[in-house]
Design a protein around this ligand. Structure first.
Ligand code: NDP
Ligand code: 8X3
Length: 250
């Protein structure tokens, strides 16, 4: 039987690449994001390969998130795989200069949004006594780097939530794991620096991870045999040794 995956943040970067990878493997898709036009375009592109349904909502909005997930037609209602990917960094400032709006955005999207979507989907997984949840954390969830403060805190929270989910959902046969990448060349820095040209320099002088690299690992994780659960993956590009050490050729 074909599996169905729900991917949050499917309109760009890691989420979009995962949608393409899963479609190639014949997994049915529920793709989520705020940018409807992009969802429509991706749906059109992937419908040649698999069945695709789109949900247009903001993960910060609890009511919208639940309403959207409840509205899924029967064909897409049973979610076998949940990829909690929606998220971003907002700003890169020392804690004494950080913006409260940026802090709210990161906590509301990366942490609370992940919880809302999970809360809406988990009951159906516990009923079925199966399911697989992958949370996209970050190397920033394992180390704190200068000016990373609240983003790192949000990703440390994602790791704690992942571990908690794995423990609490273990009796139901639900697999839970986290994928924690270092620098990935996506729209991430455009969002972090709010379109400032600073964003262009982040991935210069070295070959960063690409969204497809992460998508392939995600597919590997979800395609293991039933008795195997990959709990935690930390991945860097070759030029990156840890959160702060990147070997640049420039
Ligand atoms: P992108 O900016 O390319 O993608 C972010 C995705 O999240 C978009 O699809 C965006 O969709 C969605 N999103 C953001 N805010 C909301 C919201 N409020 N409601 C619903 N969807 C939202 O970045 P990445 O692909 O790099 O990021 C994906 C995940 O990977 C994030 O959790 C990020 O923290 C993590 N990560 C990224 C790394 C990197 O270096 N790029 C490294 C490690 C982890 P839309 O705007 O349409 O809503
Ligand atoms: C994204 C990677 O190093 O920019 O989580 O925080 S980093």
């Amino acid at each position: 039987m074909k599996k169905t995956a729900l991917i949050t943040g499917a309109t760009s970067g890691i989420g979009e690449a995962t949608a393409y990878e899963f479609a190639k493997q014949g997994i049915n898709l529920v793709l989520c994001g705020r940018r409807l036009e992009r969802l429509n375009t991706i749906q059109k592109a992937l419908e040649r390969l698999t069945d695709v349904y789109i949900l247009n909502f903001d993960v910060r909005n609890k009511k919208e998130a639940f309403k959207a997930i409840e509205s899924l037609p029967d064909k897409f209602k049973n979610i076998d795989i949940l990829i909690n990917n929606a998220g971003n960094a907002h700003g890169l400032d020392p804690i004494n200069e950080g913006s409260i709006d940026d802090w709210d955005a990161m906590m509301d999207i990366n942490v609370k949004g992940l919880l809302y979507v999970s809360k809406a989907i988990i009951p159906q997984m516990t009923d079925q006594k199966s399911g697989h949840i992958i949370n996209i954390g970050s190397s920033a969830g394992k180390e704190v780097y200068p000016k990373g403060n609240v983003y790192c805190a949000s990703k440390h929270a994602v790791l704690a939530i992942t571990e908690g989910m794995r423990i609490d959902l273990n009796p139901y046969g639900i697999k839970v794991g986290a994928i924690n990448p270092g620098l990935v060349e996506t729209e991430f820095s455009q969002v972090r620096f709010k379109g400032d040209k600073m964003a262009d320099s982040v991935y210069k002088g070295f070959k960063a991870l690409q969204a497809k690299d992460i998508a392939e690992v995600i597919y590997f994780v979800v395609s293991r045999p039933a008795h195997v659960n990959i709990a935690d993956v930390l991945m860097f590009c070759t030029a990156q040794a840890n959160s702060t050490l990147v070997k640049k050729s420039l």
